[in-house]
Ligand binder design. Structure first.
Ligand SMILES: NC(=O)c1ccc[n+]([C@@H]2O[C@H](COP(=O)([O-])OP(=O)(O)OC[C@H]3O[C@@H](n4cnc5c(N)ncnc54)[C@H](O)[C@@H]3O)[C@@H](O)[C@H]2O)c1
Length: 255
């Protein structure tokens, strides 16, 4: 299928945390479906943008922190200048693999604050930043990347709690934005061998060791396993779905 024949042809997608890992895979997949992509990250987005362009797609990279209203407003404006607006937001930026497992009482409050700031507030700020553009276009889709840890708990209580808040935010925004034909859904991946996980092998070793054996489909999960659900929820095939959570984890948790 050529770029111009994809199900997301004519759509513009803004993906946060698109520089590496799951976000990078999502950017490339949405592009392969025909979307033009605004790759947003506080890190270097050039590899993702180059990969999309090499494959014949269109993308721009914008440096922004999802917790900053001003930086996210500028990122959206850059997308409007380049591509005319935003139709799809994927809230993927998050803190996970750098978090060390330790007893609940040893987790510093500042780490709780940081996790909630990026994982929860970041989703809210990004949603706020795209709202005017989606409303002016008469429709939009938001896909929040949560985690199965929100459903079953984990050894990272602040992380799991933040993803639980992402699921609640998904339902709230689905209710509020529905009248504007903006659909809001979540994907909850299981443990995924992303760039961040590979870069933090010590912190993630225990989770990685147990992940495969917990699944019905017994292999490691990789970023490309997540993209199909995101594309489905971002695109027209899910046109009457909103407020939902789709679990992608090889059958470890039946939702
Ligand atoms: N890897 C997993 O096992 C797993 C499982 C379930 C859910 N998730 C979620 O999927 C998402 C991606 O995870 P990953 O493992 O690919 O992560 P990763 O560490 O590989 O990549 C995360 C990206 O987000 C960016 N980012 C972080 N904070 C940011 C901020 N404040 N502003 C802008 N960009 C920021 C980073 O620069 C990085 O490019 C996260 O929300 C994570 O919680 C991951």
């Amino acid at each position: 299928m050529s770029q111009s024949q994809g199900e997301l042809e004519g759509q513009v997608a803004l993906v946060t945390g698109g520089a590496i890992g799951i976000g990078q895979a999502i950017c490339q997949d949405l592009s392969s479906a025909g979307a033009r992509v605004i790759v947003v990250d506080r890190g270097d987005t050039s590899a993702t943008v180059a990969a999309i362009r090499e494959a014949g797609g269109e993308a721009i990279g914008v440096a922004a922190d999802v917790t900053s209203e001003a930086e996210m407003a500028a990122a959206v404006q850059a997308g409007i200048d380049a591509f005319g607006g935003v139709d799809i937001l994927v809230n993927n930026a998050g803190i996970f693999a750098t978090l060390a497992q330790r007893p609940f009482e040893d987790i510093p409050l500042d780490e709780w604050r940081l996790v909630f700031e990026v994982n929860v507030l970041g989703c809210a700020v990004a949603a706020k930043s795209v709202l005017a553009s989606m409303r002016s276009r008469g429709a939009g889709t938001i896909v929040n990347i949560a985690s199965t840890t929100a459903l079953k708990g984990s050894a990272l209580p602040h992380y799991s709690s933040s993803k639980g808040a992402v699921l609640a935010l998904t339902k709230n925004l689905a209710r509020e934005f529905g009248p504007n034909w903006i659909r809001v859904n979540a994907v909850a991946p299981g443990f995924t061998v992303s760039t961040g996980v590979e870069q933090n092998a010590d912190e993630t070793a225990r989770m990685r060791a147990g992940a495969t054996s917990s699944r019905v489909l017994q292999r490691e999960m990789v970023p490309s396993d997540v993209v199909g659900a995101v594309r489905f929820l971002a695109g027209p095939q899910s046109g009457f779905m909103t407020g939902q959570t789709v679990v992608v984890d090889g059958g470890a948790y039946f939702h």
